[in-house]
Design a protein around this ligand. Structure first.
Ligand code: S3P
Length: 195
């Protein structure tokens, strides 16, 4: 992805518009939630949190080991408990793991946490990005490309249930995506603070 520059995305949000609000990024593995989340946090003057990192800290081990020892269900339980711990936080941009939407309770928690932004792109782009990284236990299969296709198909409707805003990132660079999210979040927070 290119990284252009939009000075406006670096403006801090007016604090009075942001109290009690977070931005939550959801989407499939490899869509760029972490890189974009960090830019959005800088643009809004929010802190950045990554649920995968919080899970690793809580478990004291990396994600592949958590999957090995506790299975996917054990990992999902940790993911839900991390989301619950974040309730009550504010001024956070929260990047989530790609499978967070597979647990119905998590979708409710995501909505309570804040403004949920879904990042999407094509299967080709996703596959190219994730091929470079062996740290994703769910893709350690004989045919990872087929696994990506199946997981995308199984999860598409769940991502939509979770999302307040959807952005197809395919033709955009990181700065453009972050700028769009910052502007949308500012409008959302301003409207919510007037309710
Ligand atoms: C997962 C995505 C990963 C991580 C775990 C499971 C998934 O996060 O939470 O390996 O089920 O899609 P990223 O989306 O940040 O790769």
């Amino acid at each position: 992805m290119n990284s252009g520059n939009h000075d406006d995305s670096q403006k801090s949000v007016d604090a009075s518009c942001a109290d009690g609000f977070n931005v939550v990024l959801v989407g499939f593995m490899g869509v760029g939630k972490t890189a974009i989340g960090e830019r959005v946090a800088a643009g809004l003057g929010f802190r950045f949190a990554d649920t995968d990192k919080l899970i690793e800290t809580a478990a004291g081990k990396p994600i592949p080991e958590i999957f090995l020892e506790r299975g996917e269900a054990g990992f999902r339980a940790l993911e839900t408990s991390v989301l619950k711990q974040l309730l009550g936080e504010e001024h956070l941009v929260i990047s989530t793991g790609g499978g967070v939407v597979t647990v119905p309770e998590n979708i409710r928690l995501l909505h309570r946490l804040g403004y949920v932004v879904l990042l999407t792109t094509t299967e080709d782009v996703i596959f190219r990005r994730i091929s470079a990284n062996q740290n994703r236990p769910l893709l350690q299969t004989p045919n990872p490309r087929k696994t990506v296709r199946e997981l995308l198909a199984a999860r598409a409707h769940l991502y939509k249930q979770a999302a307040d805003l959807e952005i197809d990132t395919t033709e955009l660079n990181e700065a453009e995506i972050a700028f769009g999210i910052c502007e949308s979040a500012r409008v959302q927070f301003r409207n919510d603070s007037r309710k």
